[in-house]
Design a binder for this molecule. Sequence first.
Ligand code: SF4
Length: 384
Amino acid sequence: MSTNTAPSTNETPVLEALHLRKEFPLHTIKLFGPPQAIHAVEDASLALRPGHATALVGESGSGKTTVARLLARLYAPTAGSIRYREEIVRTRGEAALRSYRRHVQMVFQDPFSSLNPMHMVRYHLSRPLRIYGHAHGAAEETRLIMSLLERVNLTPAEQFVSKFPHQLSGGQRQRVAIARALAARPSVLLADEPVSMLDVSIRLDILNLLARLKEEENLALLFITHDLASARYFAEETQVMYAGQMVEGGPSEEVIQRPQHPYTQLLLSAAPDPDRFGSVDQHQQDDGKGSPRIQMILPASGSGELPSLITPPGGCRFHPRCPHAMPVCRQQFPPRTELGGGHWIHCFLYGAENAQSGEVKGKFGGWPQEVRLQRGVRPRRMNE
Ligand code: SF4
């Protein structure tokens, strides 16, 4: 598998998440104060394009899976919207939901629990074919099932069609789960950590299979992972999440080779990639323009843990762990700053206009800029 190239941002997205927010109410008895909730996702946006893979990376509990489940309409968003082929998705009622899921399918992390142990492979594949009206008659259904098994490299297909899930390996089960998703003939595939529960020896096979299907079927693919190396090699685009907030994104090569957000730098320092040129520190200091850049001072193992999502920190949720945190970071979430080439970031260290504008300027008199200068951090401007 080769490193992916930058996405074509001109192509119209097939599926878009627009400022999604998800809160899960906690049904606990609380005598005083407002009812509590888990603030799982805050203002998440992304766009999936045909024939392209977008990786969503972050630690466990960062909200990646919640975003995928919101897109699959397994959860209803608390706020924000989803657009499919430029139309806002409204999935009230069984028929509307079924119609939406015909186009947007999901592959789950655990191939052991995603298949019903009581049913053979034939049943799992025939069901979507019938529900979505793709098979007319038993002969056509059998032909389509065999074709699906061959497309996911379960050959000879006759040997697998009558097997129960417990007679299959983890990798074979995940291939059946992928075939089941393909049976609906979707245009979007949401893959939630599809290889994390599989044996290391077969992970690459499954990733290669997904990459081939993406090309052949022109699928828009969302790849949820905590593994930056596989994000880099599998996906054209990468977005990084921390504690429910999107913090950085852009072409995978750019985000992973030249991480700008302190959290992305922390993730990369904890997962060294031999292909990366030098260390993050070295790279940050030498950008070929002789300019001072953010110094990587976080320890390799990271400092602190993910914050509570019941009472998340205000503003940028990374501020309790961030060595560059400023008072403004506790007050509000930084707006998106374009860094050029499709690379963007939510961080007050970038884009002088962030710190100088509106309420921030009024409240702090623009002192975040001074802090940057004191720390030797040069704000980066658009297309710099
Ligand atoms: Fe750190 Fe502030 Fe940037 Fe958040 S916004 S990553 S706290 S500098």
